[in-house]
Write a protein that binds this ligand. Structure first.
Ligand SMILES: [Fe+2]
Ligand SMILES: [Fe+2]
Length: 363
């Protein structure tokens, strides 16, 4: 019963904190007074399982969208099989960084392992894994390089929210205090735009395929900043330490992705798409520029956290836990990622998010 000791200590510590007692003697006394049944079972709670199931669904969705990016713009190998690559799209992405194809590949593989691991862990605990295969109904791009299979997500009609750009640059505001932020690319909120070539017709003219690559670059970071907030937000509702370890170990990899994409998004080629008027401004020049838009300010600026009476702190934001799963689902939906999906899909995702948000940390 090796696990009894740490559980014993942590439970008793909470007890003496509640009663105002302190010191090793108090710990031993109160621990001895607690019923042994309280320490007998260290399996995940119902709430832990509900959180993991929502995260598995989110990771399946991430995998589906990243696979589409990788088939057209990433490295094609056995780690992330399926596509054959699109030279024009890959070239446009590489205008932002010569290693874009490697980063896209690695992000895709990471998502594959996230959902595979979480589902396997659920099964190992006797819980149901998440399977969204019945909702693979959306069409693939017909551009050279993409597999012709049905998808969960739609990367061809995105309305990308780029407010994370100014949110992470603000030194005075925090979304957890109700603050709102202007988008870096206002045009991406004013229409539906492809982030992958929809067909080979999208491969020209050059400024059009570059605008598609620019859209993708911002969408990469939009997705990954969402995961960066989702994991710490839900971790606050986890009870079991091993489940907490899972969230604390996967969550920061989302942040590693976000940090990379934040840097690459700053390298977009300023231009106007001649086919639809979408403008990618120079973020270092007026009316942009300054600390709110400067492209090399890619590390989280310190800002207000928890209380205005405390000093500012460089933090992930938001991390409020109330309604975090539903907020993540709403953000993905508002981005247009599920345009064309069935009512059954939305009901399933809604139910998973509702259950995750209802989880409570148990003491
Ligand atoms: Fe992930
Ligand atoms: Fe991710």
């Amino acid at each position: 019963m090796k696990h009894v000791k740490p559980l014993n200590f942590s439970t008793s510590r909470r007890s003496f904190l509640r009663t105002g007692l302190a010191g090793p003697g108090a710990v031993g006394l109160l621990a001895g007074a607690l019923p042994s049944a309280a320490f007998a079972d260290n399996s995940p709670t119902r709430g832990d399982i509900d959180i993991l199931r929502f995260l598995a669904a989110a990771e399946i969705i991430e995998t589906d969208l990243w696979q589409q990016y990788n088939e057209l713009g990433g490295i094609q190998d056995s780690e992330v099989p399926g596509g054959s690559g699109n030279p024009q799209y890959t070239k446009a992405l590489k205008k932002l960084d010569g290693d874009m194809d490697q980063y896209i590949h690695d992000n895709t593989e990471d998502e594959l392992t996230h959902f595979t691991f979480i589902n396997a862990y659920l099964v190992s605990k006797g819980a149901d894994p998440v399977n969204l295969d019945q909702f693979r109904i959306l069409p693939s791009s017909t551009a050279t390089g993409a597999q012709q299979i049905k998808r969960l997500t739609n990367l061809m009609q995105l309305t990308v929210d780029t407010t994370w750009w100014t949110r992470y640059r603000s030194r005075t505001k925090n979304p957890d205090f109700g603050d709102t932020f202007p988008p870096a690319i206002p045009g991406l909120l004013q229409g539906q735009f492809p982030a992958i070539p929809r067909s080979n017709h999208d491969l020209t003219p050059t400024r059009h395929i570059q605008a598609i690559a620019n859209t993708a670059a911002f969408h990469f970071a939009t997705i990954e900043q969402g995961g960066t907030s989702l994991y710490p937000a839900l971790a606050q509702r986890v009870t079991n330490l091993e489940v907490l370890r899972i969230l604390l170990s996967i969550g920061p990899t989302e942040t590693a992705h976000f940090q990379t994409w934040h840097d690459k998004a700053g390298n977009i080629v300023p231009l106007t798409d001649p086919t639809n008027g979408l403008v990618f401004p120079d973020l270092n020049k007026s009316p942009f520029g300054g600390e709110d838009f400067q492209t090399n300010l890619i590390m989280p600026e310190p800002t207000v956290f928890l209380s205005g009476t405390l000093p500012v702190c460089s933090i992930i934001r938001p991390t409020a836990t109330e309604g975090a799963a539903m907020a993540a689902l709403k953000a993905l939906t508002d981005d247009g990622l599920f345009i064309g999906q069935s009512q059954g899909f939305f009901t399933t995702l809604h139910d998973l998010a509702t259950a995750a948000d209802a989880a409570q940390r148990e003491f």
